[in-house]
Design a protein around this ligand. Structure first.
Ligand SMILES: Nc1ncnc2c1ncn2[C@@H]1O[C@H](COP(=O)(O)OP(=O)(O)OP(=O)(O)O)[C@@H](O)[C@H]1O
Length: 768
């Protein structure tokens, strides 16, 4: 309840009329009593007896509060209880004298004062003094000087409190009735002394009986005043200790202050989040202020003086505690374990998207930071791929399909491209981000293609390890060799448990993650999940990448909630809680009718938790950039000029791939068991490798009778075996060397591009 300032004015005229009547009653009673007949005298005596009982009860405060409410002018009867009692007493004496002793008695009573030294004179003087006391007590009312009393009107549905002289007495009266009453009180003898009372609050001191502590609770007080204008929820009642345990100070907020109004951040925090046993118990808010960016409020969360560090809240719990929704809450811990920033939004500013400000946003700062989006606070989200001192930085991006990983990768690739870095791009999904292909010095698509790009990037790192060893160069120097950014999308395709090249791919990814920093090679991995099993089971990959440059966690599938390995610093959030679409409220209608408007969902792509080396850990969203192609400068595709073998990169990739295949092929008579997966020996056979595929194509097209040799052109082999050109060429030459296939020779001349199965036929055989 809040104190209601509406007033109800008691009629001053009524009060004055009652005051006149009360003052005149004893004299009137004295004058009338002697002339009453016997019946009337008896009735008057009985009436006076009843009135005496009533006024006595009134003055002794024995009458129930409700009675005053029901009596007409009950509040006046209560306010004038003492004059009424005196008037009744003196009237009763006058009636008694008049009815029992007749006119003589009345004369003695009313005129006896003329002989003041006689006993009658003394009685008469006393009677007149008492009679005079009544108008004296009511002098202000009689003179019309008393200001009408204003009482806050009780809100509808509440009972009017008992009429007492002042609101403070009203509070104290109720307290005594319900709480401290010696016989029936809930906390007997725990009395209240009201200290202050305003429209906002009242305060008081509670004292218990000697030897007993004060045990009154907020709930008791809240309940005691229910139905009165002083009713408030228990959360609006606070206590502080008094001088000893038998004394406590109480403050009852009639109007909820901001820190108690649960519609405010401060109130919701105190009432729900920081309550004892709550998700943020032991904390409080400081500097709570409006947040113009979100239309909500923002504040520091600070550990209480008796709390060492802030608890790590489960964001889901915090969202529930603050009665909000996931996209409307941002909790950002800081490096100080005792402080964090909380933001409770009315509208998420990220919902409308963030316009890409142009390529200048991607220009690195002196420290190597470029902007990729904005946090809910409005702070730019910055990532770093090259630190001037530390060298190359890595980055990990997670998110379910459609969450916007590709959008982040595109921005990162564009930043690298504009900064003049070499991009090596591996996309096992195929061509899912064509803009990056236009920026890359080397692109490997599909599972094998991506594996080739990975091995190429690893070979570059290994080359630089040799080179810097020879140059005795400790740290990466971008003058001598360009910065390289290796981007691997859908990393689990190469590193996951079912990946064909898992072991080899894991070792290459780990090598780049470990050595790339000082060799100037950044590794940017994107994957659906951040889960060790999806990263070759190698914690070094996760730790080196996330620990080096950071992690961007976009929306995860809620069914994968338990599969996510949250990295240090992001333990409290769960990307599975990010909704796929923005919704206006958390509840869907239970019953659909034609009137129910179904809003078209807007995707939350690019929305997630960003934790980069920029000392920020925030909810944010990437810039809107559907296609970066228009910003790509095809004349500025950088290549690693420090690596002589780069010019022969396709052959190199083919050799590297075939090197892997060779281990498998020839150890196992070409049966396709891949040696990259020794741990899978007992498992199902892997799909055919490049050698198998070529041999199978030639075998399929061979003369069924085995008489002729059917030669097949290299282009046909490539399309039937579905191999990349580089892989094809390399594997063909290996198979020739191994005598498993041969080139066609006619008239002593090699026929270009034609291959047949088995070793080359001998001259005799050809002659035959
Ligand atoms: N930064 C962005 N700016 C504009 N549109 C974006 C952005 N990010 C994502 N989108 C939109 O969302 C769609 C899905 O995003 P994206 O392809 O990046 O998701 P993904 O997580 O890479 O999914 P998948 O793993 O299936 O490729 C895009 O096709 C694009 O329309």
């Amino acid at each position: 309840m809040t104190a209601n300032t509406t007033t109800a004015t008691r009629s001053a005229t009524t009060e004055r009329a009652i005051a006149y009547t009360t003052s005149a009653a004893p004299i009137a009673a004295g004058l009338l009593a002697p002339i009453l007949n016997t019946d009337a005298a008896l009735a008057a005596q009985l009436t006076m007896l009843g009135a005496t009982a009533a006024t006595t009860a009134n003055v002794m405060d024995w009458l129930p509060g409700r009675l005053y409410q029901e009596l007409p002018a009950g509040d006046i009867l209560r306010a004038h209880r003492f004059p009424l009692f005196i008037a009744n007493l003196t009237s009763s004496i006058a009636v008694g004298m008049g009815t029992f002793t007749g006119a003589d008695g009345t004369d003695a009573l009313m005129a006896g004062f003329l002989q003041p030294v006689t006993p009658q004179g003394i009685v008469s003087l006393g009677w007149w003094a008492a009679v005079g006391l009544v108008p004296y007590k009511l002098r202000k009312v009689l003179a019309g000087r008393r200001k009408p009393k204003h009482h806050p009107a009780a809100p509808p549905g509440t009972t009017t409190p008992p009429a007492v002289d002042t609101p403070a007495k009203e509070i104290a009266y109720r307290w005594r009735q319900i709480i401290s009453h010696p016989d029936t009180g809930t906390h007997r003898g725990q009395n209240i002394q009201i200290r202050t009372l305003t429209n906002q609050r009242w305060t008081g001191i509670i004292t218990a009986r000697p030897g007993q502590p004060v045990t009154v609770t907020a709930d008791t007080v809240s309940s005691a005043y229910q139905g009165t204008r002083y009713q408030v929820p228990a959360a609006q009642i606070t206590f502080t200790d008094g001088a000893h345990s038998g004394e406590r100070h109480i403050t009852v907020h009639l109007i909820a202050p901001p820190e108690m109004d649960t519609r405010t951040l401060a109130g919701a925090w105190k009432t729900w989040a920081a309550r004892s046993g709550g998700v943020m118990a032991g904390t409080h808010l400081e500097d709570v202020q409006p947040d113009p960016h979100t239309g909500g409020e923002v504040a520091y969360v600070v550990a209480n003086h008796d709390t060492d560090s802030l608890p790590t809240p489960n964001i889901r719990d915090l969202v529930g505690a603050l009665r909000t929704r996931h996209v409307l809450l941002s909790y950002e811990p800081s490096e100080d374990p005792r402080t964090a920033v909380i933001r409770l939004m009315k509208e998420n500013p990220l919902r409308s998207g963030i316009t890409f400000p142009g390529p200048e946003a991607l220009k690195p700062s002196p420290g190597g930071y470029f902007r990729i989006g904005a946090a809910v606070s409005g702070r730019p989200l910055r990532a770093q791929l090259l630190d001037p001192k530390l060298g190359a930085r890595h980055l990990y991006i997670t998110g379910v399909t459609g969450s916007g990983k590709g959008g982040v990768l595109q921005l990162i690739a564009l930043a690298a491209h504009l900064a003049g870095a070499v991009i090596i791009y591996a996309d096992p999904k195929g061509s899912s981000n064509p803009a990056i292909e236009t920026m890359a010095a080397y692109t490997g698509l599909g599972e094998d293609g991506a594996m080739g790009a990975l091995l190429l990037a690893e070979a570059l790192v290994n080359h630089r390890i040799d080179l810097t060893g020879q140059l005795k160069q400790k740290n990466f120097n971008p003058q001598g060799m360009p910065h390289v950014v290796f981007i691997l999308d859908e990393a689990a395709t190469l590193l996951g448990e079912k990946a064909k090249h898992r072991k080899r791919a894991s070792s290459a990814v780990a090598q780049i993650a470990k050595k790339g920093r000082s060799m100037g090679v950044s590794e940017v991995l994107a994957n659906q999940l951040l889960q060790l099993a999806e990263l070759g089971g190698d914690s070094a990959i996760r730790d080196n990448i996330v620990g080096s440059g950071g992690v961007i966690m976009l929306r995860a599938d809620s069914s994968q909630r338990h599969l996510i390995d949250l990295p240090p610093g992001l333990e409290d959030v769960n990307p599975a809680d990010i909704p796929a679409t923005w919704t206006d409220d958390g509840k869907a209608p239970l019953v659909y009718t034609d009137d129910v408007h179904i809003q078209d969902p807007e995707s939350t792509f690019g929305l997630g938790y960003y934790m980069t080396t920029d000392r920020v850990r925030a909810m944010g969203r990437t810039y809107d950039l559907e296609d970066a192609t228009e910003y790509v400068d095809p004349t500025r595709i950088m290549e690693p000029f420090d690596w002589p073998e780069w010019g022969d990169r396709h052959n190199l990739v083919a050799q590297l791939m075939a090197g892997d295949d060779e281990d498998a092929d020839f150890d196992d008579a070409g049966l396709g068991q891949i040696s990259l997966m020794p741990t899978m020996d007992l498992g199902p056979r892997k799909p055919a490798n490049a050698s198998d595929k070529i041999l199978k194509v030639l075998a399929d097209l061979a003369d069924p009778a085995g008489i002729d040799i059917n030669y097949v052109h290299r282009d046909n082999i490539q399309s039937l075996a579905k191999l990349e050109l580089a892989t094809l060429e390399n594997t063909l030459s290996k198979l020739i060397k191994a005598g498993k296939i041969h080139r066609q020779v006619e008239d002593g001349k090699e026929v270009r591009g034609m291959y047949g199965p088995g070793p080359a036929p001998t001259a005799e055989a050809v002659g035959e």
